[in-house]
Design a protein around this ligand. Structure first.
Ligand code: ZN
Length: 425
């Protein structure tokens, strides 16, 4: 890429940026929480068709992915779970092919009254775009399309095949990205513009979701001493699980990718339900838990430790020792991932980033997971996670920094131009 070409591409991103923000806002308006992604995916498919991409819009079939490595168990229906994949084929394939991947699903918005403005009514203030998904990661997904638009607007076309994947299920299983692998999509590299604060993800933890069902003995509260309160027993289980969390954190020196972080392993009780009403000692309590594991810590080993921990805690309790809680897995069974054997792609992204930001590209490990693991672990493709600065993702008043988004879009555009190559239209 010559200096002239670079300047033309920069100008093309700038020229298209207002339209890019508007498109991001349009996408944020779809409340694409799990099970409700269908309309947002139809919108993405239409955007790809409009751009002349060859569109593959397909429902995820569990039977096709259930036996594959990386699959996570689910109990929800996939009747409305569609992936959208758009491909732009290069007539003269000289460069290296690329997959641009992002997820359309967003996490639940939580109590609406805790947002300054409604989560699915995007708001632009002081250089930020607010809304659920604005950061994680509809801005990144749209940036992929905007980068392709900029290349075209500047009068070029990529000289390698480019595939844009809009997937579901990233926030709970990763089965959307897995379904893309199963369908045969491969490329010489993958770029995922997750909200990575302008840094390249060097490694990510694995994640396991599990539910613990705790039983009790229901009696009238008048005789509470004769019953067993399942909700209060749950606190004993939760305390034991947090002890396991600290035990795993204490092992961090064995896992170099995450050893520098103060607290790489986080365990969260994300949901609790139990009891029937206030005047009966509750006979049941269910907790839903998310815990991280290190890269190279096996999912099966971690599950065994979780179950052992709960069994140990139960042994210390008169009722639970004969009525052990039941653990079930439903959702993430994700391995960790370390970016390896990706020197060529990292070099190209570093150069692109430096050209835009005037500073070296930093790398950082993550205490969360992304879909990168599928490409890296099971598809043998270098998967780069790199995206804009955001705040409050998964919280209230989620927002993306628009100046950062603009620069990241430029870096992605340069990356495509260099990795895939460009020629005059
Ligand atoms: Zn995300």
């Amino acid at each position: 890429m010559s200096t002239d070409e670079a300047a033309t591409l920069i100008a093309a991103v700038d020229e298209g940026f207002e339209a890019q923000v508007a498109l991001t806002a349009d996408l944020v308006r779809f409340p694409s929480v799990r099970g409700d992604e269908r309309l947002a995916q139809e919108f993405m498919a239409a955007q790809m068709v409009k751009r002349g991409l060859e569109v593959d819009h397909y429902r995820i079939e569990l039977d096709k992915i259930r036996a594959l490595p990386g699959f996570s168990p689910v109990s929800v229906s996939y009747d409305n779970a569609f992936n959208v994949v758009g491909t732009r084929r290069a007539p003269d394939r000289r460069g290296r092919s690329l997959i641009l991947n992002g997820h359309i699903d967003v996490v639940p918005a939580g109590p609406l009254d805790m947002w300054t403005s409604p989560p699915f009514e995007p708001r632009r203030t002081d250089g930020w775009l607010f809304g659920r998904g604005a950061g994680d990661m509809k801005s990144g997904l749209v940036a992929c399309l905007a980068a392709l638009d900029a290349i075209e607007r500047a009068g070029f076309r990529p000289t390698a095949d480019i595939t844009v994947q809009s997937v579901v299920e990233e926030e709970c299983t990763g089965n959307g990205a897995l379904a893309c692998l199963e369908r045969g999509y491969r490329a010489d590299a993958v770029l995922i513009p997750e909200p990575q604060h302008e840094r390249l993800l060097s490694a990510q933890v694995g994640v396991i979701w599990f539910e613990v069902m705790i039983r009790g003995v229901p009696v009238h509260v008048a005789n509470a001493g004769q019953g067993v309160n399942a909700i209060e027993s749950a606190y004993k289980v939760i305390a034991a699980l947090h002890e396991l969390e600290e035990k795993w954190n204490a092992r961090k020196t064995h896992y170099p990718s995450h050893a520098s972080l103060p607290h790489p392993i986080n365990l969260n009780v994300g949901r609790i339900a139990g009891g029937d009403w206030a005047s009966s000692v509750p006979a049941w309590c269910a907790i839903e838990v998310r815990v991280a594991i290190y890269p190279d810590q096996r999912v099966e080993d971690a599950k065994r430790e979780i179950e052992d921990t709960i069994r140990e805690a139960s042994r210390r309790d008169a009722f639970l020792q004969n009525n052990p809680p039941i653990v079930t897995y439903n959702g993430f069974e994700a391995e960790g991932y370390v970016l390896r054997d990706a020197e060529e792609a990292v070099a190209v992204l570093s150069k692109a980033h430096e050209a835009v930001f005037g500073a070296a590209l930093d790398q950082a490990p993550s205490t969360a997971t992304t879909d990168a693991r599928f490409f890296g672990l099971y598809g043998d493709m270098p998967a780069l996670v790199y995206g804009p600065r955001t705040e409050f993702i998964h919280g209230f008043d989620e927002r993306v920094d628009l100046a950062s988004l603009r620069n990241v879009t430029k870096a992605i555009t340069f990356f495509i131009a260099d990795w895939c190559g460009i020629s005059r239209q």
